[in-house]
Design a protein. Sequence first.
Length: 116
Amino acid sequence: VQLVESGGGLVQPGGSLRLSCVASGFTFRSYVMSWNRQAPGKERELVASISSSGGIRNYVDSVRGRFTISRDNAKNTVTLQMNSLKPEDTAVYYCRALLPARSDYWGQGTQVTVSS
């Protein structure tokens, strides 16, 4: 099983980044996918999630209207489009695949730094 994140980096406040997570080794289309983040000295938090079919999306209040989660079940990929980035969005972002009560997989994380 692998979840490989990419797309992180350094961006100025107000800028945009697009994170991608490519999955392999499990039945991607069956899993709820999410992006989570952990800032220095803080607990990991759920940023956005998307149902297995892509029909249901949820966001933490702090990113709603700025971030968009999407998935492509044909390509085993989930993405997070992040716009209007703020310094408080700085964190390591993790991709997660969850099949409730069955399997729970995490990626290695990608660093996002928002700074001028």
